[in-house]
Write a protein that binds this ligand. Sequence first.
Ligand SMILES: Cc1cc2nc3c(=O)[nH]c(=O)nc-3n(C[C@H](O)[C@H](O)[C@H](O)COP(=O)(O)O)c2cc1C
Length: 189
Amino acid sequence: MADRQPVKILGFCGSLRVNSYNAAALRAAGELLPDGMTLETFDIAPIPLYNEDIRAKGLPPAVLAFREQIAAADALLIVTPEYNYSAPGVLKNAIDWASRPPEQPFDGKPVAIMGASPGMLGTARAQYHLRQMFVFLNAHLLNKPEVMIAAAPTKFDDQGRLTDEKTREMIGRLLTSLRDWSLRLRPSE
Ligand SMILES: Cc1cc2nc3c(=O)[nH]c(=O)nc-3n(C[C@H](O)[C@H](O)[C@H](O)COP(=O)(O)O)c2cc1C
């Protein structure tokens, strides 16, 4: 790894809640980065609701910043809750804004997904809906490991720290796989 540029990942979370389990899982990822990987995060809260009339007048600053940061990253880490068996509207909305031509920044981008839910399926259905969106956007989704954090209240403490060792290990494996996947897909210098 020493001779290579680090893999820069951009993480963003599909929950705007202060005490979000998913935001906590993204923070945990920042503690579990393998060698040769850096993480920056983007807060999607300031992104307005998608409106083609607004787009026609110019992209809002939050959308421009989001698109630029996606384009500048080597890979993305999306941490999503599950709402009504799918991805939350705020997350879909942010992806919709970023995805508009020209030069939609998801094209060819390595992407990993994980998510946390109080329920037993740990966002499985939301994650599969996200994967479907990224087929159209031609991103390169990491297949495995899948990180679906079920029964979330038993895995985080009151300060929002991920305390479950197995889950920490899984996130570490996901990050290592995303690093290696990104290096495989990295254009040769
Ligand atoms: C509108 C809405 C729909 C939800 N639907 C689901 C669901 O389909 N599956 C699930 O496991 N949890 C569902 N939940 C519960 C969320 O998983 C729970 O609120 C979770 O804590 C949200 O993630 P966060 O802690 O990161 O904010 C839903 C919550 C909301 C607000």
